[in-house]
Write a protein that binds this ligand. Structure first.
Ligand SMILES: [Zn+2]
Length: 219
């Protein structure tokens, strides 16, 4: 029976394949827990990935971990639900941690400034901000957009759930398109310790990098 059939070994490292949340690659092969934990790439790439492709990728991820350890992260933003962001302005790099990237604190995805090519912020399906205006403007446009949500929500006493989509394009071979889903309630966005200000800050930094404008270092 299926339940008792002998499992195939991990096609990448030969290790035992057991546990939950394991990554599946092309040809219906499943990676072991150790390999699964290190993989971070777009779903479309994963679907057709060969064991050799994953091996190359894991080497890339090991280099990423070294890069992450080498940088000096002078800005770290952790207040946005599900998202962590870091900036090394002098070393010209950012890092991102998010479930949609399948990474945690051990090996965040690092992008050099040069790798970032596009940015868009959506609330639900509605576009709030894009590359058209300077990074400076996001502080105002996003603020007013976020303020608009607050006004809308304050008239309703029940908890209001909402979603941002932070969409990026990059030249990274494994993440040419990123769509980070940020789910929140109004009280998380505004109020004491709300993340609205940090959300603007992250957007302003990313936009400024892509538009090759100066980043406002002061917080
Ligand atoms: Zn493995």
């Amino acid at each position: 029976m299926g339940l008792f059939s002998k499992k195939e070994a991990c096609p990448v490292c030969g290790g035992e394949v057991k546990g939950l949340f394991l990554v599946k690659i092309g040809d219906k092969k499943t990676l072991c827990k150790t390999c699964s934990k290190q993989v971070s790439m777009q779903k479309s790439l994963l679907e057709n990935a060969t064991p050799e492709f994953i091996q190359t990728h894991l080497a890339y991820r090991r280099e990423n971990a070294e890069k992450y350890a080498t940088h000096r992260w002078t800005v770290k933003i952790t207040s946005i639900p599900g998202l962590q962001f870091g900036l090394d302005e002098a070393g010209r790099a950012i890092y991102l941690i998010h479930d949609d990237l399948h990474v945690d604190e051990e090996n965040p995805v690092v992008f050099s400034f040069e790798q970032l090519t596009g940015y868009e912020l959506l609330r639900g399906k509605k576009k709030l901000d894009g590359m058209e205006d300077t990074g400076m403007v996001v502080l105002e446009t996003t603020l007013s957009a976020l303020g608009g949500i607050a006004r809308l929500v304050n008239s309703d006493s029940s908890a209001h759930y909402d979603t941002f989509h932070l969409k990026l394009t990059t030249t990274d071979p494994y993440w040419s398109e990123i769509d980070l889903k940020i789910e929140f309630t109004d009280s998380q966005l505004h109020g004491l310790g709300g993340f609205a200000g940090d959300m603007q800050r992250v957007c302003q930094i990313i936009k400024s990098i892509i538009r090759k404008e100066p980043i406002l270092s002061a917080r």
